[in-house]
Design a binder for this molecule. Structure first.
Ligand SMILES: Nc1ncnc2c1ncn2[C@@H]1O[C@H](COP(=O)(O)OP(=O)(O)OP(=O)(O)O)[C@@H](O)[C@H]1O
Ligand SMILES: [Mg+2]
Length: 245
């Protein structure tokens, strides 16, 4: 579903190498967790997968479509929720969702059914007629999650989706991530909540200083040491990189 090859991106005219020759494949039906310290390059990688940021080098394929060669075909397959919630403040929640439905060509009956389902699931149905400006941080987050699901994307791409969600909404989100994958779709998300990554993901990638430090199932990352937690692995793999080893 996602195929990244030699992905590289620098900022500040090359002074900061945010993502460094990163290659990674994520298959259909997987929940893939992307973890790493602050500044490791998660958001930069995710923004390149969406096509928002152009890589300096390397290629990105989403569902077989090349992001540079066939950007619309690649982007149609993605439902993206960014880590900030700069969403059209002057629209009402329902107007924003209908706008997304129009952009992705979702039929009126499908969108009505899905919008109702997700707004109810996240507990913000009552706020749909209000201006987004009046929403709390968590409500904006839930609105964007709903918007990303309105067009049933084969790839649900989420940058720190659990941040700011109350426990009930976090549970609803995790359940929906599982349900989305069960239907044959893919979920790729970044998080700092290692317990969630450990329990929820089919595979996990650990990024450190722009490089992929490890990738695999929890079992393969443990490499035989039965009781090792993801937290311990995280520190082992990312602290080595901090020391420049
Ligand atoms: N617009 C930008 N201009 C300059 N440098 C940037 C920019 N965006 C990110 N960086 C730098 O690129 C590196 C990777 O940042 P990125 O936001 O991808 O990390 P992250 O893993 O998402 O971190 P976090 O866990 O804090 O969200 C950092 O060194 C960051 O300072
Ligand atoms: Mg980030």
């Amino acid at each position: 579903m996602i195929e990244l090859t030699g992905l590289t991106k620098s900022y500040a005219r090359g002074a900061v190498k945010a993502v460094d020759n990163l290659s990674l494949k994520v298959e259909r039906g997987e929940i893939f967790g992307f973890i790493g310290p602050n500044g490791a390059g998660k958001t930069t990688t995710i923004k390149m997968i969406t096509g928002i940021l152009l890589p300096d080098a390397g290629s990105i394929r989403v569902g077989g479509a090349d992001m540079l060669g066939e950007p619309v075909k690649a982007k149609r397959q993605i439902g993206y929720v960014p880590d900030n919630h700069d969403v059209f403040d002057r629209l009402k929640g329902i107007e924003y969702l209908n706008f997304i439905g129009d952009v992705y060509g979702v039929s009126l009956s499908d969108r009505r059914e899905r919008i109702e389902k997700y707004l109810t699931m996240f507990g913000i149905a009552d706020a749909a007629g209000e201006l987004i400006r009046s929403y709390s941080h968590g409500m904006k987050q839930k609105l964007m999650l709903t918007g990303a699901l309105v067009h049933r994307p084969p790839l649900w791409l989420l940058d720190e989706p659990l941040t700011g969600l109350d426990p009930k909404s976090a549970l609803a989100l995790k359940d929906e991530m599982r349900a989305h994958c069960r239907e044959g779709n893919t979920v790729f998300f970044s998080t700092h909540v290692l317990e969630v990554a450990e329990r929820l993901c089919d595979r996990i990638g650990i990024i450190s200083k722009g490089k992929l430090a490890a990738v695999g199932t929890m079992d393969s990352l443990r490499s035989g040491e039965k009781d090792v937690t993801l937290e311990k692995l995280f520190f082992e793999l990312t602290e080595n990189a901090e020391d420049g080893v």
